[in-house]
Design a protein around this ligand. Structure first.
Ligand code: SF4
Length: 244
C-alpha cells in the first residue's frame, strides 16, 4: 500500500469500476521475479516497507480486510482512534485489528487517500498483492473483487533462468501446502493460514525449500523433505512473526 495521494476524481472513477472489466485494466509490469522476491522478503522481514507501484489503486484499503497491528507499533497506534480497533482473536494481548466500514472500506481512507499514510500500520506498509501471481494462490474473491482484478493485471518477467525457477518454485510451494493441508504442526505450528493472503505469503516464505541449488543449475523440487520446509520457515519466522 504505497499509493500516492490520489485526487478525488480518481477515487470516483474507481468506485464505478466494480462492474465489468475496463479497457484500462490492462497488464502491469511486476518486474523480474527474483528481484521482486528479494524485495518482498526484505519487507516481510521488517527490513523496509514494500515497494509496490500501486499508482492510484486503493483496492487493498477497500476490500473488507482487517488490518493487524502489533503491540510494538506505537506510532500507528497513536494515530488510530481507540474506537476503531479491537483485540485480535487468537493472538496475545496487545495485538489488535483495525476493521472496515459497511462498504468494506478502511475508516481511515478519506477521499481516496490514507489519512494516516506516514503513520500507517506495518501490515499496510508490507502488503504486496503481487504475492498472488507469484504463488498462483487465488484471491478469496468474496468482498475482494478489486484486489482480484488488480492481481490479474500483474505480469512478472523472467530475464534469467533463476527468475523462472524461483517463480515455478513458489507455485510448487503453494501446491504442496494445498495438498498437505494437514502438514505436521512441526511444519505449520498454527495450522494452515485461514486467508488467501496468508497462504500466498506462506508459499513465498517456503520457496527456498522447493529449489535445489546443489547442481550445475537450480531446479524445482516439487516434493522436498518436510524437514527442509520446516527449517526454511523457521528461519523466516525467526526474523518476523508468521503471516496471518
Ligand atoms: S490504514 Fe491507510 S493504508 Fe492501511 S488500510 Fe487504512 S487507508 Fe489503507
Amino acid at each position: 500500500m504505497t499509493h500516492p495521494q490520489p485526487d478525488p476524481i480518481d477515487h470516483r472513477e474507481r468506485d464505478h469500476r466494480d462492474g465489468p472489466e475496463q479497457p484500462q485494466d490492462g497488464p502491469l509490469d511486476a518486474g523480474p521475479f527474483s528481484a521482486w522476491l528479494a524485495g518482498v522478503r526484505g519487507a516481510l522481514a521488517g527490513d523496509h516497507g514494500s515497494d509496490v507501484p500501486c499508482g492510484t489503486c486503493t483496492a487493498c484499503c477497500t476490500s473488507s480486510q482487517f488490518v493487524h497491528i502489533e503491540p510494538d507499533e506505537h506510532d500507528a497506534l497513536a494515530h488510530i482512534p481507540r474506537a476503531l480497533r479491537f483485540p485480535a482473536p487468537g493472538l496475545p494481548r496487545g495485538h489488535v485489528l483495525l476493521g472496515y466500514d459497511e462498504h468494506g472500506h478502511c475508516p481511515l481512507l478519506v477521499d481516496g487517500a490514507c489519512s494516516i499514510y506516514e503513520h500507517r500500520p506495518r501490515t499496510c506498509r508490507t502488503y504486496d498483492c503481487r504475492v498472488f501471481p507469484a504463488s498462483g494462490v487465488a484471491v478469496d474473491e468474496r468482498d475482494k473483487v478489486r484486489i482480484a482484478r488488480q492481481v490479474r493485471r500483474w505480469r512478472f518477467s523472467h530475464p534469467a533462468e533463476l527468475d523462472r525457477v524461483e517463480h515455478d518454485a513458489a507455485h510448487a510451494a503453494a501446491a504442496w501446502f494445498q495438498t498437505h493441508a494437514n502438514a505436521s504442526p512441526a511444519v505449520l505450528p498454527g495450522g494452515p493460514p485461514p486467508t488467501s493472503t496468508g497462504r500466498a505469503i506462506l508459499a513465498v516464505a517456503a520457496l527456498d525449500a522447493f529449489v535445489d541449488r546443489t547442481g550445475p543449475a537450480p531446479r524445482v523440487v516439487p516434493e522436498p523433505d518436510p524437514h527442509e520446509i520446516r527449517v526454511t520457515l523457521s528461519r523466516r519466522r525467526g526474523r518476523r512473526s508468521p503471516p496471518p
